[in-house]
Write a protein of this length. Sequence first.
Length: 414
Amino acid sequence: MDLLGGKKNWITLLKEHSAIAAFPPYSKIKKFNTTVYFPTNVHSLKDFPEIPSGSQAILLSLTGSGAENVSGRNFMRGAKRMQQWGVAQVSFDYPFHGEGPREKKYYDLQIFRKMLFQIIKHYKKTGLPIILQGHSYGALVIQDILSLAPKIVDGAVITSPGGNVTPELLEKYLFEFPPGQQDGVMKGCNCKFDPESDKWSEGLDGKTGVAGQMLSNKEGATVKSSIPVIVIAGDQDPYSTPEMIEAFAKRFSNASYQIFPGFGHVDVNEIRGLREKAPMDAVLDLVESKTGKKLNLSTETAIRSDELFMYFLENSEGFQRYLQEVEELSLPNAWRLYESKNNFAIDSLLKRWSEFFLIQLWKSLKSSPHAQEKALFMNPANSKFFVFNDYFEMDPKQKEEFKKALFNFPLSEF
């Protein structure tokens, strides 16, 4: 059965679901006049739905700026693993980013600072250590916070500082990314420039916006804070040099820095093995030093089927339509199934959904010569999936190979 009719056709729904499924289960709530993101959890602290009970520390993550799709949501790719190790990772959207506020009052640095301190003070009420994590523009935000309140958090990890963070870093950024020439692809991140967010953060010229109102990023400024700060960057970052990173770290009273050979502006955050190498290790080291407890990092717990079911039920319109039109299960009854914790029934339903999802994508691929051409260009071995007249002609091994191959298929071409 195809998901036809309604406001969106079935292939649109499946594309949207693919984007949702790229992230481990996460939730979002409206708070502090913005959107707060956190990994889905079953048991949380009272009055703090985003903080799982048993957490050892809170990691408050601050994004970069100036590129399309920059959002606190992006940190959720690794947040589930941090949660399993006892670190509650929370992120949020800046003004004029993602699902953040759009009121003009946020062009005033004092209003933005008020938001930041409201967020930090709220999570301090948990009594847990708080560590700030900032990428790119997030470095500037952390620098500003600690210059005003040197002991408000327990540590900070900064990756790939860039832009109007110091005069030297700003000069490097403007050389690589001149004002008025930002419409192309930004170097080092394969993403496009976003004028709305950049106008707020750095004024389109790199020198104004909220950053232009700060003093902590000016020549000779220092941050007299005793909390440990770890600065991480790659030696291939187009927006900095190792010498600039060293000079930036020296602005803090208690900072160390690490330069990773061969890494750029974004890929210093890449997953390598069990966990993200540079930033995750730094965060976990800070948590252990602050709590005096060793974290169990030896294993990763698989995402439970009921968590995945709830995540899809909350976020995927395609999954909702499948339940109603194919399974003939109303959404209220779907929630009752989740609350029943009948994991056998939930597992079976998710398996049927997975196969339905694959069948529809295979049909779409089969019917689109243009999509096949793109898939072959990406990997000639994909041709083996086009010889079948029906999805069910594939044996279980071939179906599993097709499922894995879909990660690299050009869904936008369907």
